[in-house]
Design a protein around this ligand. Structure first.
Ligand code: FES
Length: 132
């Protein structure tokens, strides 16, 4: 179902898909609202009063990064323990992942619902998925 910005509570991960891509294997994403004053590096896809969306797929081998250390801005991948700092561009700060989580650019449409304005800022998931 479509989400409005107020449907995303502070410091809570909400799973989302870009509209029309619910069945795409590389489309899972998550939205989180963080304190915008805490970003040391802006989210790659931009932010709306602290609300930002990133790919859910770990850039190491593609597992879902579903473990959230609430209050820290960090998410962990349970597969090989990569950690990403969403307050600093979702860059990897521990573990084998070498690339930041790609961001998803968003806006609020005229109907008040969130929508993606483009593709992820980088290929989602494992780097080897996008090699020719
Ligand atoms: S798949 Fe995430 S750390 Fe390996």
């Amino acid at each position: 179902r479509p989400l409005r910005p107020q449907d995303v509570p502070a410091e809570t991960m909400v799973g989302v898909f870009p509209e029309g891509n619910v069945d795409a294997g590389d489309a899972p994403a998550f939205a989180v609202r963080l304190d915008p004053g805490r970003f040391s590096r802006p989210p790659a896809g931009g932010q709306l009063d602290g609300l930002a969306v990133w790919s859910l797929l770990c850039t190491h081998a593609g597992c879902p990064v579903r473990l959230y250390l609430k209050g820290t801005g960090r998410v962990l991948c349970p597969c090989h323990q990569s950690s990403f700092d969403r307050l600093a561009g979702a860059r990897p700060i521990a573990g084998p992942a070498a690339r930041p989580l790609p961001g998803l650019p968003i806006e609020v449409g005229p109907d008040g619902f969130l929508r993606a304005t483009g593709d992820f800022t980088a290929p989602p998931g494992a780097g080897f998925w996008s090699r020719p």
